[in-house]
Design a binder for this molecule. Structure first.
Ligand code: 6PG
Length: 244
């Protein structure tokens, strides 16, 4: 199916657009299947999106009891660590909305990374079936072209037969836990938010340049039977080809 690219004047408008997309796509999933399975990201735009979702008027626009939360990736830190994607989302979304722990499925960043990845793969298979399909998967893009925790130069070692893997990121001397490419591309909707001037060069290469997955892993995002929504701010879009 298709992809769309939308450009907003600044980071605040980008966050509003992301929050509005959450409301719309969660609502569509609930209307169609009775619940919305949403995978969240870390980062700055998701934080701002969450604050908008937890406040009026959007707070009342989602049937939160029918939303389940998953994660696209996680850092290998305990759940209370400021670096944890779970911690950020708990602070800005789950706690303000009173989402019970039973509807939040986190990756165990505190565990041995391959063990945590295998555990999360089993969890996804149990909760979502052998071919997990997220209704909405939120992703970001780093200035280096990474998405989820699929970093440049690491794709060769990612076993895409798995649902979730531990991925070694040498430039940070760390492990990350991440969904694999095929799980990302099985989502019904993938929303990539991308803001800030620091991403302009990479975004130009990603959207206007040749396919080079090893350098720009975010180029792998192409839902097989779903939609890709790029939500971008003007600073990140500054170097895009004018035809947009
Ligand atoms: C993470 C993310 C990662 C993020 C990008 C963009 O945990 O680091 O999931 O893939 O989405 O790095 O982050 P920003 O929106 O903060 O630039």
């Amino acid at each position: 199916m298709g992809s769309t690219v939308e450009i907003f004047p600044d980071e605040a408008r980008l966050a509003e657009a992301a929050a509005d997309r959450f409301v719309t796509l969660a609502g569509t999933a609930i209307a169609a299947r009775g619940r919305a399975d949403v995978a969240l990201a870390g980062g700055s735009t998701p934080r701002a999106m969450n604050a908008l979702l937890a406040a009026p008027p959007r707070r009342a626009a989602v049937d939160w009891e029918r939303v389940r939360f998953f994660f696209g990736d996680e850092r290998t830190v305990p759940p209370g660590d400021p670096e944890s994607n779970y911690a950020m989302n708990r602070e800005t979304l789950f706690d303000p909305l009173g989402i019970p722990a039973g509807r939040v499925f986190r990756m165990r960043g505190e565990a041995d990374p391959p063990v945590a990845a295998a555990e999360y793969a089993r969890l996804l298979a149990t909760e979502l079936g052998p071919r997990p399909r997220f209704d909405v998967l939120f992703l970001g893009m780093g200035p280096d072209g990474h998405t989820a925790s699929l970093f440049p130069g690491t794709l060769q070692s990612v076993d895409d037969a798995q649902l979730v893997v531990a991925n070694r990121v040498e430039k940070f001397s760390t492990w990350r836990i991440t969904l694999t490419p095929h799980v990302i591309n099985d989502a019904r909707h993938v929303v990539i938010t991308c803001g800030g001037a620091g991403k302009a060069d990479a975004l130009h290469a990603v959207l206007d340049g040749p396919r080079d997955l090893d350098t720009y892993p975010v180029q792998l995002v192409a839902p097989v039977d779903g939609e890709l929504h790029w939500l971008i701010d003007a600073a990140a879009a500054a170097k895009l080809a004018t035809r947009r």
